[in-house]
Design a protein around this ligand. Sequence first.
Ligand SMILES: Nc1ncnc2c1ncn2[C@@H]1O[C@H](COP(=O)(O)OP(=O)(O)OP(=O)(O)O)[C@@H](O)[C@H]1O
Length: 223
Amino acid sequence: MTALIETEHLTRVLPEIIPVTLVRDITLSIGDNELVAVTGPSGSGKSSLLYLLGLLDRPTGGTLRIGGRDAGPMDERERAATRLSELGFVFQFHFLLPEFTARENVEIPMRKLGRLTRQEMHDRAGDLLASLGLGDHLDKRPDQLSGGQRQRVAVARALANDPPLILADEPTGSLDTRSSEQVFTILEELVRKRGKSVVAVTHDLDMAARMDRRIELVDGRIR
Ligand SMILES: Nc1ncnc2c1ncn2[C@@H]1O[C@H](COP(=O)(O)OP(=O)(O)OP(=O)(O)O)[C@@H](O)[C@H]1O
């Protein structure tokens, strides 16, 4: 079976006067239906790795295949199209657009992909939000929602185009304990019940222990 993402010797060096190596010689594979933790000390390259896996940054060495396709030769347009259809992103901060409702925020990636009619987008966004417990909040703007609710809207947005893989960078990092647990449970259920894969950067080792597998980084390398 084709891995969702496969890297070989993936490396990212910043071309400073004294070059800074963010990620070094990472070889990994993310398969279907896996819940994977990325852990490591602060500054070990976790976010940098996630940005490379998410085609938000380009490696300076090694290869990355996504859905069996080599990302190396892709131009920005192809990378953007691949991000939209193959990947969902959840960050520590929700990055919802403040002037739009929860439903509109979830519709945005669907509009960009342009595969659904207006009505289909409207219905799908409503269904996704309802499935994450936000059925009563569809028409609220981010500032009318709690932190945990906003992060659930961000998860719904990540699922908008039904990608097989969700990349999450400290998805519960700015939430209180109860909201963290809720959001983590949702990510777990994406894997257990909806057949998704999730790769989540976390500082929380208890959370990491509940995941299927852990990729531990030290100084940009897998330990
Ligand atoms: N644009 C940049 N210029 C210089 N150094 C950078 C840049 N981006 C990241 N770094 C450095 O690269 C290292 C890896 O950063 P990264 O954010 O990937 O680590 P992290 O493991 O996610 O850290 P944290 O847990 O604190 O979020 C850090 O030492 C960081 O300071």
